[in-house]
Design a protein around this ligand. Structure first.
Ligand SMILES: Cc1cc2nc3c(=O)[nH]c(=O)nc-3n(C[C@H](O)[C@H](O)[C@H](O)COP(=O)(O)OP(=O)(O)OC[C@H]3O[C@@H](n4cnc5c(N)ncnc54)[C@H](O)[C@@H]3O)c2cc1C
Length: 419
Protein backbone atom coordinates (compact mmCIF):
# COMPACT_ATOMS: atom_id res chain seq x y z
CA UNK A 1 0.00 0.00 0.00
CA UNK A 2 1.31 3.46 -0.92
CA UNK A 3 2.22 5.53 2.12
CA UNK A 4 2.50 9.20 2.97
CA UNK A 5 3.09 11.14 6.13
CA UNK A 6 0.50 13.69 5.20
CA UNK A 7 -2.39 13.29 2.76
CA UNK A 8 -4.13 16.51 1.81
CA UNK A 9 -7.50 16.05 0.16
CA UNK A 10 -8.33 18.93 -2.19
CA UNK A 11 -5.77 21.06 -4.05
CA UNK A 12 -7.72 24.32 -3.95
CA UNK A 13 -6.51 27.44 -2.18
CA UNK A 14 -6.63 25.89 1.30
CA UNK A 15 -5.10 22.55 0.26
CA UNK A 16 -2.25 24.22 -1.64
CA UNK A 17 -1.55 26.54 1.31
CA UNK A 18 -1.62 23.59 3.71
CA UNK A 19 0.79 21.64 1.49
CA UNK A 20 3.23 24.56 1.30
CA UNK A 21 3.17 25.33 5.01
CA UNK A 22 3.54 21.71 5.94
CA UNK A 23 6.37 21.33 3.42
CA UNK A 24 8.10 24.40 4.81
CA UNK A 25 7.61 23.27 8.38
CA UNK A 26 9.35 19.95 7.81
CA UNK A 27 12.01 21.16 5.37
CA UNK A 28 12.89 19.69 1.97
CA UNK A 29 14.19 16.36 3.28
CA UNK A 30 10.93 15.11 4.66
CA UNK A 31 8.47 16.83 2.38
CA UNK A 32 8.33 14.06 -0.19
CA UNK A 33 5.82 12.34 2.01
CA UNK A 34 3.25 15.07 1.56
CA UNK A 35 0.66 14.04 -1.00
CA UNK A 36 -1.97 16.39 -2.36
CA UNK A 37 -4.90 14.60 -3.99
CA UNK A 38 -7.56 16.29 -6.08
CA UNK A 39 -10.47 14.82 -7.99
CA UNK A 40 -10.23 17.39 -10.77
CA UNK A 41 -8.16 16.61 -13.87
CA UNK A 42 -6.57 20.04 -13.70
CA UNK A 43 -6.28 21.76 -10.37
CA UNK A 44 -6.94 25.33 -9.34
CA UNK A 45 -10.10 25.99 -11.36
CA UNK A 46 -11.54 28.26 -8.71
CA UNK A 47 -8.37 30.28 -8.25
CA UNK A 48 -8.32 30.82 -12.01
CA UNK A 49 -11.90 32.07 -12.26
CA UNK A 50 -11.71 34.11 -9.08
CA UNK A 51 -11.93 37.87 -9.04
CA UNK A 52 -13.00 37.95 -12.68
CA UNK A 53 -9.80 36.09 -13.67
CA UNK A 54 -7.63 38.41 -11.56
CA UNK A 55 -7.84 36.62 -8.16
CA UNK A 56 -8.67 38.92 -5.30
CA UNK A 57 -6.10 37.31 -2.99
CA UNK A 58 -7.02 39.15 0.19
CA UNK A 59 -8.18 42.50 1.55
CA UNK A 60 -6.14 45.30 3.13
CA UNK A 61 -8.13 45.00 6.36
CA UNK A 62 -9.54 41.68 7.47
CA UNK A 63 -11.70 41.54 10.59
CA UNK A 64 -13.94 38.86 12.12
CA UNK A 65 -16.94 41.01 11.17
CA UNK A 66 -16.13 40.37 7.50
CA UNK A 67 -17.13 36.73 8.10
CA UNK A 68 -20.20 34.81 9.16
CA UNK A 69 -19.92 31.92 11.58
CA UNK A 70 -18.63 31.64 15.13
CA UNK A 71 -16.93 35.06 15.33
CA UNK A 72 -14.96 34.26 18.49
CA UNK A 73 -13.37 31.28 16.76
CA UNK A 74 -12.92 33.22 13.53
CA UNK A 75 -11.11 35.99 15.43
CA UNK A 76 -8.66 33.52 16.92
CA UNK A 77 -8.05 31.83 13.59
CA UNK A 78 -7.50 35.09 11.71
CA UNK A 79 -4.99 36.29 14.29
CA UNK A 80 -2.66 33.42 13.33
CA UNK A 81 -1.92 34.74 9.85
CA UNK A 82 -2.50 38.41 9.18
CA UNK A 83 -2.90 40.24 5.90
CA UNK A 84 0.75 41.33 6.20
CA UNK A 85 1.71 37.67 6.52
CA UNK A 86 -0.26 36.91 3.36
CA UNK A 87 1.46 39.74 1.47
CA UNK A 88 4.90 38.61 2.65
CA UNK A 89 4.12 34.97 1.90
CA UNK A 90 3.05 35.74 -1.66
CA UNK A 91 6.09 37.99 -2.15
CA UNK A 92 8.27 35.06 -1.05
CA UNK A 93 6.76 33.10 -3.93
CA UNK A 94 7.42 35.93 -6.36
CA UNK A 95 3.86 37.29 -6.39
CA UNK A 96 3.64 41.01 -5.67
CA UNK A 97 0.21 42.23 -4.65
CA UNK A 98 -1.31 45.62 -5.31
CA UNK A 99 -4.10 47.32 -3.43
CA UNK A 100 -7.07 48.73 -5.27
CA UNK A 101 -9.26 51.62 -4.17
CA UNK A 102 -11.81 49.24 -2.65
CA UNK A 103 -9.11 47.77 -0.40
CA UNK A 104 -8.98 44.52 -2.40
CA UNK A 105 -5.55 43.07 -3.11
CA UNK A 106 -4.73 41.55 -6.50
CA UNK A 107 -1.52 40.30 -8.09
CA UNK A 108 0.22 43.14 -9.94
CA UNK A 109 -0.05 41.04 -13.10
CA UNK A 110 -3.88 41.14 -12.83
CA UNK A 111 -3.83 37.44 -13.68
CA UNK A 112 -5.00 34.70 -11.35
CA UNK A 113 -2.73 32.32 -13.27
CA UNK A 114 0.22 34.07 -11.53
CA UNK A 115 -1.20 33.06 -8.14
CA UNK A 116 -1.92 29.46 -9.10
CA UNK A 117 1.45 28.96 -10.81
CA UNK A 118 3.31 30.32 -7.79
CA UNK A 119 1.48 28.01 -5.38
CA UNK A 120 2.01 24.95 -7.57
CA UNK A 121 5.66 25.84 -8.18
CA UNK A 122 6.30 26.22 -4.45
CA UNK A 123 4.72 22.80 -3.84
CA UNK A 124 7.05 21.32 -6.45
CA UNK A 125 10.12 22.96 -4.86
CA UNK A 126 9.11 21.45 -1.55
CA UNK A 127 8.67 18.03 -3.06
CA UNK A 128 4.92 17.85 -2.49
CA UNK A 129 3.38 15.20 -4.74
CA UNK A 130 0.36 16.72 -6.48
CA UNK A 131 -2.04 14.07 -7.78
CA UNK A 132 -4.82 15.48 -9.98
CA UNK A 133 -7.59 13.14 -11.12
CA UNK A 134 -7.44 11.39 -7.73
CA UNK A 135 -10.90 11.68 -6.27
CA UNK A 136 -11.10 10.55 -2.67
CA UNK A 137 -14.07 8.30 -2.04
CA UNK A 138 -13.48 7.24 1.53
CA UNK A 139 -11.24 8.02 4.48
CA UNK A 140 -11.03 5.27 7.08
CA UNK A 141 -9.32 5.52 10.43
CA UNK A 142 -6.98 2.68 11.18
CA UNK A 143 -8.42 1.14 14.32
CA UNK A 144 -5.55 2.26 16.51
CA UNK A 145 -6.18 5.96 15.81
CA UNK A 146 -2.54 6.98 16.21
CA UNK A 147 -1.73 4.65 13.28
CA UNK A 148 -3.42 7.05 10.88
CA UNK A 149 -5.83 6.70 8.00
CA UNK A 150 -6.44 4.79 4.82
CA UNK A 151 -7.45 7.15 2.04
CA UNK A 152 -9.40 5.46 -0.76
CA UNK A 153 -9.21 7.25 -4.09
CA UNK A 154 -10.08 6.66 -7.72
CA UNK A 155 -6.76 4.91 -8.41
CA UNK A 156 -6.28 2.89 -5.24
CA UNK A 157 -5.49 3.51 -1.59
CA UNK A 158 -2.99 5.55 0.35
CA UNK A 159 -2.04 5.12 3.96
CA UNK A 160 -1.29 8.39 5.72
CA UNK A 161 -0.42 9.33 9.29
CA UNK A 162 -2.37 12.57 9.10
CA UNK A 163 -5.06 13.85 6.78
CA UNK A 164 -5.96 17.44 5.96
CA UNK A 165 -9.45 17.73 4.52
CA UNK A 166 -9.62 20.77 2.22
CA UNK A 167 -12.36 19.75 -0.17
CA UNK A 168 -14.09 23.15 -0.29
CA UNK A 169 -17.84 23.57 -0.39
CA UNK A 170 -20.50 23.12 -3.05
CA UNK A 171 -20.06 26.15 -5.26
CA UNK A 172 -19.21 25.51 -8.93
CA UNK A 173 -19.58 21.73 -8.64
CA UNK A 174 -17.99 21.12 -12.02
CA UNK A 175 -14.73 22.55 -10.59
CA UNK A 176 -14.57 19.46 -8.35
CA UNK A 177 -16.03 21.06 -5.21
CA UNK A 178 -19.34 19.24 -5.27
CA UNK A 179 -19.96 18.86 -1.55
CA UNK A 180 -18.70 15.30 -1.25
CA UNK A 181 -16.08 16.52 1.21
CA UNK A 182 -18.90 17.11 3.71
CA UNK A 183 -19.85 13.47 3.36
CA UNK A 184 -16.24 12.43 4.02
CA UNK A 185 -16.24 14.60 7.16
CA UNK A 186 -19.63 13.28 8.25
CA UNK A 187 -18.54 9.65 7.88
CA UNK A 188 -15.58 10.42 10.12
CA UNK A 189 -18.00 11.62 12.80
CA UNK A 190 -18.30 15.34 12.10
CA UNK A 191 -21.50 17.33 11.90
CA UNK A 192 -22.30 19.51 8.94
CA UNK A 193 -24.61 22.49 9.39
CA UNK A 194 -27.08 23.12 6.53
CA UNK A 195 -25.25 24.43 3.48
CA UNK A 196 -26.72 27.13 1.24
CA UNK A 197 -25.33 29.31 -1.55
CA UNK A 198 -23.59 32.51 -0.44
CA UNK A 199 -22.30 35.33 -2.62
CA UNK A 200 -24.96 34.31 -5.12
CA UNK A 201 -26.96 36.40 -7.59
CA UNK A 202 -30.74 36.39 -7.05
CA UNK A 203 -33.39 35.59 -9.63
CA UNK A 204 -36.44 37.87 -9.83
CA UNK A 205 -39.97 37.15 -10.97
CA UNK A 206 -39.96 37.21 -14.74
CA UNK A 207 -42.66 39.91 -14.77
CA UNK A 208 -40.35 42.43 -13.12
CA UNK A 209 -38.59 45.13 -15.13
CA UNK A 210 -35.01 43.92 -14.48
CA UNK A 211 -34.47 42.79 -18.08
CA UNK A 212 -34.81 46.36 -19.34
CA UNK A 213 -32.05 47.45 -17.01
CA UNK A 214 -29.59 44.64 -17.72
CA UNK A 215 -26.03 45.91 -17.25
CA UNK A 216 -26.99 48.93 -15.13
CA UNK A 217 -25.35 49.39 -11.71
CA UNK A 218 -26.58 51.65 -8.93
CA UNK A 219 -26.09 52.21 -5.21
CA UNK A 220 -28.76 50.58 -3.07
CA UNK A 221 -29.36 49.96 0.59
CA UNK A 222 -30.60 46.36 0.94
CA UNK A 223 -32.45 45.14 3.99
CA UNK A 224 -33.26 41.47 4.50
CA UNK A 225 -36.15 40.82 6.85
CA UNK A 226 -37.71 37.59 8.12
CA UNK A 227 -40.61 37.35 10.56
CA UNK A 228 -40.37 41.10 11.11
CA UNK A 229 -36.74 40.86 12.21
CA UNK A 230 -33.93 42.53 10.23
CA UNK A 231 -31.39 39.86 9.38
CA UNK A 232 -29.06 42.08 7.43
CA UNK A 233 -28.76 45.66 6.18
CA UNK A 234 -26.02 46.85 3.87
CA UNK A 235 -25.34 49.45 1.20
CA UNK A 236 -23.42 48.94 -2.01
CA UNK A 237 -23.56 48.47 -5.73
CA UNK A 238 -26.46 46.50 -7.24
CA UNK A 239 -26.21 45.21 -10.80
CA UNK A 240 -29.40 44.60 -12.78
CA UNK A 241 -29.15 41.55 -15.03
CA UNK A 242 -31.31 39.65 -17.50
CA UNK A 243 -32.34 37.20 -14.75
CA UNK A 244 -32.58 39.53 -11.75
CA UNK A 245 -30.03 41.19 -9.49
CA UNK A 246 -26.35 40.74 -8.79
CA UNK A 247 -23.42 42.96 -7.81
CA UNK A 248 -21.53 43.11 -4.49
CA UNK A 249 -24.40 44.24 -2.27
CA UNK A 250 -26.72 41.52 -3.57
CA UNK A 251 -24.05 38.83 -3.39
CA UNK A 252 -23.25 39.75 0.20
CA UNK A 253 -26.92 39.77 1.20
CA UNK A 254 -27.78 36.52 -0.57
CA UNK A 255 -26.60 34.21 2.23
CA UNK A 256 -29.28 35.65 4.54
CA UNK A 257 -32.04 35.16 1.99
CA UNK A 258 -30.82 31.62 1.20
CA UNK A 259 -30.46 30.61 4.86
CA UNK A 260 -33.93 31.90 5.70
CA UNK A 261 -35.37 29.87 2.78
CA UNK A 262 -33.54 26.78 3.99
CA UNK A 263 -34.91 27.31 7.50
CA UNK A 264 -38.44 27.51 6.15
CA UNK A 265 -38.86 31.17 7.16
CA UNK A 266 -38.73 32.96 3.81
CA UNK A 267 -37.13 36.38 3.98
CA UNK A 268 -38.02 39.57 2.15
CA UNK A 269 -35.39 41.80 0.63
CA UNK A 270 -36.14 45.53 0.40
CA UNK A 271 -34.16 48.09 -1.54
CA UNK A 272 -33.76 51.77 -0.79
CA UNK A 273 -32.57 53.37 -4.02
CA UNK A 274 -31.67 56.57 -2.19
CA UNK A 275 -29.37 55.12 0.49
CA UNK A 276 -29.16 57.06 3.70
CA UNK A 277 -32.50 58.82 3.10
CA UNK A 278 -35.73 57.64 4.65
CA UNK A 279 -39.13 57.96 3.02
CA UNK A 280 -39.92 61.17 4.91
CA UNK A 281 -36.69 62.83 3.79
CA UNK A 282 -37.32 61.82 0.19
CA UNK A 283 -40.91 63.08 0.46
CA UNK A 284 -39.66 66.46 1.67
CA UNK A 285 -37.18 66.67 -1.20
CA UNK A 286 -39.96 65.76 -3.63
CA UNK A 287 -42.27 68.41 -2.20
CA UNK A 288 -39.50 71.04 -2.48
CA UNK A 289 -39.05 70.03 -6.11
CA UNK A 290 -42.80 70.34 -6.68
CA UNK A 291 -42.76 73.87 -5.26
CA UNK A 292 -39.63 74.98 -7.09
CA UNK A 293 -40.21 73.26 -10.45
CA UNK A 294 -43.92 72.43 -10.64
CA UNK A 295 -43.86 71.88 -14.39
CA UNK A 296 -40.81 69.65 -14.45
CA UNK A 297 -41.68 66.12 -15.53
CA UNK A 298 -41.67 63.25 -13.07
CA UNK A 299 -39.01 61.44 -15.13
CA UNK A 300 -36.66 64.43 -15.16
CA UNK A 301 -37.15 65.07 -11.46
CA UNK A 302 -36.22 61.57 -10.39
CA UNK A 303 -33.38 61.34 -12.92
CA UNK A 304 -31.60 64.09 -10.99
CA UNK A 305 -30.83 61.55 -8.32
CA UNK A 306 -31.17 58.18 -10.04
CA UNK A 307 -30.10 56.57 -13.32
CA UNK A 308 -32.56 57.56 -16.00
CA UNK A 309 -33.18 54.03 -17.27
CA UNK A 310 -34.08 52.99 -13.77
CA UNK A 311 -36.44 55.90 -13.18
CA UNK A 312 -38.28 55.17 -16.44
CA UNK A 313 -38.77 51.52 -15.46
CA UNK A 314 -39.81 52.33 -11.91
CA UNK A 315 -42.31 54.97 -13.02
CA UNK A 316 -43.83 52.53 -15.49
CA UNK A 317 -43.88 49.83 -12.79
CA UNK A 318 -45.86 52.24 -10.60
CA UNK A 319 -48.35 52.75 -13.43
CA UNK A 320 -47.43 56.44 -13.83
CA UNK A 321 -46.35 58.50 -16.82
CA UNK A 322 -42.84 59.92 -16.71
CA UNK A 323 -43.99 63.00 -18.69
CA UNK A 324 -46.47 64.07 -16.01
CA UNK A 325 -45.59 67.42 -14.47
CA UNK A 326 -44.76 66.74 -10.84
CA UNK A 327 -47.28 69.26 -9.57
CA UNK A 328 -49.98 67.28 -11.41
CA UNK A 329 -49.02 63.94 -9.85
CA UNK A 330 -51.90 62.60 -7.72
CA UNK A 331 -50.96 62.11 -4.05
CA UNK A 332 -51.73 58.39 -4.28
CA UNK A 333 -49.19 57.98 -7.10
CA UNK A 334 -46.63 60.12 -5.32
CA UNK A 335 -46.94 58.05 -2.14
CA UNK A 336 -46.62 54.84 -4.09
CA UNK A 337 -43.52 56.07 -5.89
CA UNK A 338 -41.90 57.25 -2.68
CA UNK A 339 -42.55 53.89 -1.15
CA UNK A 340 -41.08 52.07 -4.19
CA UNK A 341 -38.02 54.31 -4.07
CA UNK A 342 -37.23 53.71 -0.43
CA UNK A 343 -38.78 50.33 0.35
CA UNK A 344 -38.85 48.34 -2.85
CA UNK A 345 -39.76 44.70 -2.29
CA UNK A 346 -37.69 42.63 -4.68
CA UNK A 347 -39.80 39.74 -6.02
CA UNK A 348 -37.08 37.11 -5.50
CA UNK A 349 -38.04 33.66 -6.71
CA UNK A 350 -34.78 31.84 -6.08
CA UNK A 351 -31.05 32.21 -5.78
CA UNK A 352 -29.06 31.47 -8.89
CA UNK A 353 -27.82 28.16 -7.53
CA UNK A 354 -24.50 26.43 -6.97
CA UNK A 355 -23.23 27.05 -10.48
CA UNK A 356 -23.17 30.78 -9.77
CA UNK A 357 -22.67 31.04 -6.01
CA UNK A 358 -19.10 31.95 -5.11
CA UNK A 359 -19.06 30.28 -1.72
CA UNK A 360 -20.99 28.05 0.64
CA UNK A 361 -22.56 29.16 3.89
CA UNK A 362 -22.58 26.36 6.46
CA UNK A 363 -20.28 23.37 6.80
CA UNK A 364 -18.33 21.62 9.55
CA UNK A 365 -18.89 23.60 12.78
CA UNK A 366 -15.85 25.56 13.90
CA UNK A 367 -16.47 24.29 17.41
CA UNK A 368 -15.41 20.84 16.21
CA UNK A 369 -11.84 21.95 15.43
CA UNK A 370 -9.03 23.30 17.58
CA UNK A 371 -8.61 26.89 16.43
CA UNK A 372 -4.87 26.81 17.05
CA UNK A 373 -4.21 23.84 14.78
CA UNK A 374 -7.38 23.17 12.76
CA UNK A 375 -7.20 19.63 14.11
CA UNK A 376 -10.49 17.89 14.54
CA UNK A 377 -11.57 17.60 18.15
CA UNK A 378 -13.37 14.38 17.24
CA UNK A 379 -10.79 12.60 15.09
CA UNK A 380 -7.15 12.99 16.19
CA UNK A 381 -4.84 13.32 13.20
CA UNK A 382 -7.55 14.81 10.97
CA UNK A 383 -7.35 18.53 10.12
CA UNK A 384 -9.83 20.72 8.27
CA UNK A 385 -9.08 23.82 6.23
CA UNK A 386 -10.88 26.25 3.96
CA UNK A 387 -14.47 26.45 2.83
CA UNK A 388 -15.44 23.02 4.19
CA UNK A 389 -15.67 24.76 7.57
CA UNK A 390 -18.76 26.68 8.64
CA UNK A 391 -17.40 30.13 7.86
CA UNK A 392 -18.05 32.33 4.84
CA UNK A 393 -16.67 35.75 4.14
CA UNK A 394 -18.15 38.72 2.39
CA UNK A 395 -17.00 39.67 -1.08
CA UNK A 396 -13.54 41.25 -1.28
CA UNK A 397 -10.80 38.62 -0.82
CA UNK A 398 -11.94 37.41 2.60
CA UNK A 399 -12.69 33.86 1.52
CA UNK A 400 -9.20 33.36 0.16
CA UNK A 401 -7.74 34.86 3.34
CA UNK A 402 -9.70 32.21 5.23
CA UNK A 403 -8.25 29.52 2.97
CA UNK A 404 -4.66 30.80 3.46
CA UNK A 405 -4.95 31.16 7.22
CA UNK A 406 -6.59 27.78 7.87
CA UNK A 407 -4.17 26.12 5.42
CA UNK A 408 -1.32 27.77 7.29
CA UNK A 409 -2.52 26.56 10.68
CA UNK A 410 -3.21 23.00 9.56
CA UNK A 411 -0.04 22.74 7.47
CA UNK A 412 2.18 23.81 10.32
CA UNK A 413 0.40 21.74 12.93
CA UNK A 414 0.45 18.37 11.19
CA UNK A 415 4.01 17.64 12.22
CA UNK A 416 3.48 18.37 15.89
CA UNK A 417 3.35 15.33 18.13
CA UNK A 418 -0.17 14.41 19.12
CA UNK A 419 -1.06 15.02 22.71
C1 LIG B 1 -16.43 32.53 -9.52
C2 LIG B 1 -15.75 32.65 -8.18
C3 LIG B 1 -14.98 33.76 -7.91
C4 LIG B 1 -14.37 33.88 -6.66
N1 LIG B 1 -13.57 34.96 -6.43
C5 LIG B 1 -12.98 35.10 -5.23
C6 LIG B 1 -12.06 36.17 -4.99
O1 LIG B 1 -11.71 36.91 -5.90
N2 LIG B 1 -11.55 36.30 -3.72
C7 LIG B 1 -11.86 35.43 -2.71
O2 LIG B 1 -11.39 35.60 -1.60
N3 LIG B 1 -12.68 34.37 -2.93
C8 LIG B 1 -13.21 34.18 -4.16
N4 LIG B 1 -14.02 33.10 -4.39
C9 LIG B 1 -14.18 32.11 -3.30
C10 LIG B 1 -12.94 31.23 -3.23
O3 LIG B 1 -12.62 30.77 -4.53
C11 LIG B 1 -13.16 30.04 -2.29
O4 LIG B 1 -13.61 30.49 -1.04
C12 LIG B 1 -11.88 29.26 -2.12
O5 LIG B 1 -11.45 28.80 -3.38
C13 LIG B 1 -12.08 28.08 -1.18
O6 LIG B 1 -10.89 27.36 -1.14
P1 LIG B 1 -10.89 25.83 -0.70
O7 LIG B 1 -9.50 25.35 -0.98
O8 LIG B 1 -11.42 25.68 0.66
O9 LIG B 1 -11.91 25.11 -1.68
P2 LIG B 1 -11.87 24.92 -3.26
O10 LIG B 1 -11.13 26.03 -3.90
O11 LIG B 1 -13.25 24.67 -3.66
O12 LIG B 1 -10.98 23.62 -3.47
C14 LIG B 1 -11.41 22.35 -3.07
C15 LIG B 1 -10.70 21.33 -3.92
O13 LIG B 1 -11.04 20.03 -3.41
C16 LIG B 1 -11.24 19.16 -4.48
N5 LIG B 1 -12.11 18.07 -4.04
C17 LIG B 1 -13.38 18.14 -3.60
N6 LIG B 1 -13.84 16.93 -3.25
C18 LIG B 1 -12.82 16.07 -3.47
C19 LIG B 1 -12.66 14.67 -3.30
N7 LIG B 1 -13.66 13.92 -2.85
N8 LIG B 1 -11.47 14.11 -3.62
C20 LIG B 1 -10.44 14.87 -4.09
N9 LIG B 1 -10.53 16.19 -4.26
C21 LIG B 1 -11.71 16.78 -3.97
C22 LIG B 1 -11.85 20.01 -5.58
O14 LIG B 1 -11.63 19.45 -6.85
C23 LIG B 1 -11.13 21.35 -5.36
O15 LIG B 1 -9.98 21.44 -6.18
C24 LIG B 1 -14.58 32.91 -5.65
C25 LIG B 1 -15.33 31.79 -5.95
C26 LIG B 1 -15.91 31.64 -7.20
C27 LIG B 1 -16.70 30.41 -7.49
Amino acid sequence: MARADIAIVGAGAAGLAAAIFSGEAVGPSGSQSIVLLDGAKTIGAKILVSGGGRCNVTHEVVAPTDFFGNRRMIKNVLAAFTVDSTITWFASMGVELKREETGKLFPVTDRSRTVLNALVERCRELGVAILPDHRVTKIARISDSSAGFVVHHSHGVLRASRVILATGGRSIPKSGSDGFGYELARRLGHHVTPTVPALAPLVLDDRMFHKNLSGLSQEVELTTVAKGKTLDARTGSLLWTHFGISGPVVMDASRFWCLAQEQGEPAEVYGNFLPGQNQEQVRRWFMDQTREHPRRSLGKTLAQRLPQRFTESLIQHAGCDSQTAIAQLPKKDRDQLLSLLTKFLFPIVQDRGWNYAEVTAGGVPLEEVNFRTMESKLVPGLYLAGEILDCDGRIGGFNFQWAWVTGHLAGQAVWRPQV
